[in-house]
Design a protein around this ligand. Structure first.
Ligand code: NAD
Length: 484
């Protein structure tokens, strides 16, 4: 079709704009007129199909991401595929239980004898828009949650991972009933055409700018949205740490900053370290990067991803080039392959080029503090409500808990918080994952995904015999003291 936006490569087949409304209509018609998803067994069958379709294609999925941005296959396995499959197993094992109506028993006298319960009904046709950085997990986890809850799903993956998005749409379209699944591929025109359709919920994962576009568009039709956005997640390193633990702290922070070449929504974006521990931490980080994780690294290193596209490469390189800090390791890149060396920058101040917005690349700026209160105030003033908040303390290892940990937690609201580690909360399938404020709203994972795509409907089955109890509600009213 002439309306089709031009695919920036021959790998990803963009969906015809004309087909978008037809596809959404197909799902809507099936949802209302076939009603297949009312059956929990049907949903489980669909989920099982998705499980095996992924299982059978794990190597191809890893290869596709290696082609797209040099993503190490082991990162695709550990940070995406195994988490997504584990979550799906949890959902399948619990679906019958979660979908059960629950009785409401704590009732006042006017409701006694009336069956009242909360039933879990699907919302309808939902749209999932996912980003490039963890394209498997952030698509799969949302799609299976929505299907588990009985919805039909339209999935729009990122055009920035053409090999992956093409393959994964084919895999999911092959595994799932076309009455409940429709994959749309493309870029802005296709997404815009999608947002012109009416959905029953939209889940968007990606950057804040597009998040606002999605939220505005959804508001026109009063469509609820889940927004999973980014932010600048700090890692506080407190002064009560034992020197013997600094090496471990450095490893954890470096992993959070450099896995997927920093293109991680919950990356440890910057470090706020107490001045008494600064030098030791910087030395340890240099050692971790140069001697442990990325020895003799170059653009061909299979353990390290590259930037997704040249726009991202240029943006991250310009942050490095204009930084006024001291480069401890890295600091260079290769434009042709979009490789940027893992870069640690010391002596960074709040007005540095690396501190203006989410980095989303392999740079770790180190800021030093001596007064915790002003460090907290500044973190909150500059980058409020991050997606994650990391605090490293010696206190958690001993019985004397550091009150500073509570202070940081009380003053900085964040999507999630980890004491003495990074990123791992994403992998918990039985706790809500989501942002707050600038980092988004709504949460999902496991039961929370089921809940996010479910309407909890209160049902009351009133009797006739109790009319005498209800008489007082009818006019003519006797006095203002009459109660129901
Ligand atoms: P991206 O470039 O892949 O874009 C995300 C999606 O938005 C894509 O499907 C894209 O086609 C669509 N899109 C782009 N422009 C659009 C427009 N004008 N109108 C409608 N749709 C449009 O990825 P990205 O947004 O750069 O992803 C990185 C961001 O996502 C970072 O800020 C990161 O922190 C955040 N993120 C958040 C989470 C989370 O769980 N909270 C997870 C991963 C990434």
């Amino acid at each position: 079709s002439t309306l089709k936006s031009k695919s920036n490569n021959s790998v990803l087949e963009y969906t015809d704009i004309d087909d978008i409304s037809r596809g959404v209509e197909r799902l809507r018609f099936a949802f209302h007129n076939k009603g297949k998803t009312h059956s929990i067994q049907y949903r489980l069958n669909q989920l099982r199909n998705a499980y095996f379709a992924v299982k059978d294609n794990v190597d191809q999925l890893c290869d596709a991401l290696q082609k797209d941005f040099h993503r190490p296959p082991s990162e695709t396995m550990t940070l995406e595929v195994s988490l997504g499959l584990a979550e799906l197993i949890k959902i399948m094992a619990n679906l019958h239980k979660w979908a059960q109506p629950s009785a409401v028993t704590d009732l006042t006298v006017s409701f006694k004898g009336t069956p009242i319960y909360v039933e879990r009904i699907p919302l309808g046709v939902v749209l999932v828009i996912s980003p490039y950085n963890y394209p498997f997990l952030l698509s799969f986890s949302a799609v299976v949650g929505a299907i588990a809850a009985g919805n039909a799903v339209v999935l729009k993956q990122s055009e920035a991972t053409p090999h992956f998005s093409q393959l994964f749409s084919e895999i999911l379209s092959g595994a799932l009933d076309e009455d409940i699944f429709f994959a749309v591929n493309g870029a802005v025109p296709e997404t815009t055409a999608l947002l012109d359709q009416k959905f029953d919920k939209i889940m968007y994962t990606g950057n804040n700018t597009v998040g606002k576009i999605v939220a505005k568009k959804a508001a026109e039709t009063l469509t609820p949205v889940i927004l999973e956005l980014g932010g600048k997640s700090p890692a506080f390193v407190l002064d009560d740490l034992n020197d013997s633990d600094i090496q471990t702290v450095a490893q954890r922070i470096a992993w959070g900053a450099f896995c997927n070449a920093g293109q991680t929504c919950v990356a440890s974006d910057y470090v706020l370290v107490h001045s008494s521990k600064k030098q030791k931490l910087v030395d340890a980080l240099k050692k971790v990067v140069e001697e442990k994780f990325y020895r003799n690294i170059d653009k061909n290193d299979v353990n390290f991803a590259h930037m997704i596209h040249s726009r991202a490469y240029d943006g991250v390189m310009s942050k490095i080039k204009s930084s006024k800090g001291k480069i401890i390791t890295g600091g260079f890149g290769d434009a042709a392959s979009r490789y940027i060396a893992p870069t640690v920058i010391d002596n960074v101040s709040w007005d540095d080029s690396t501190m203006q917005s989410e980095i989303f690349g392999p740079i770790l700026p180190i800021l030093e503090y001596s007064d915790l209160d002003s460090a907290i105030d500044e973190a909150r003033r500059q980058h409020d409500t991050p997606l994650a908040l990391y605090i490293f303390t010696g206190g958690a290892q001993s019985r004397k808990k550091n009150v500073e940990v509570d202070k940081i937690r009380a003053k900085i609201r964040s999507g999630g918080t980890i004491v003495n580690d990074v990123v791992m909360h994403v992998a918990i399938t039985s706790a809500p994952f989501g942002g707050v404020g600038q980092s988004g709203n709504g949460s999902y994972h496991g039961f929370n995904s089921f809940k996010a795509f479910t309407h909890e409907r209160t049902v009351m089955e009133q009797k006739f015999f109790n009319e005498f109890v209800l008489m007082s509600r009818y006019p003519p009213y006797k006095s203002k003291n009459d109660k129901l």
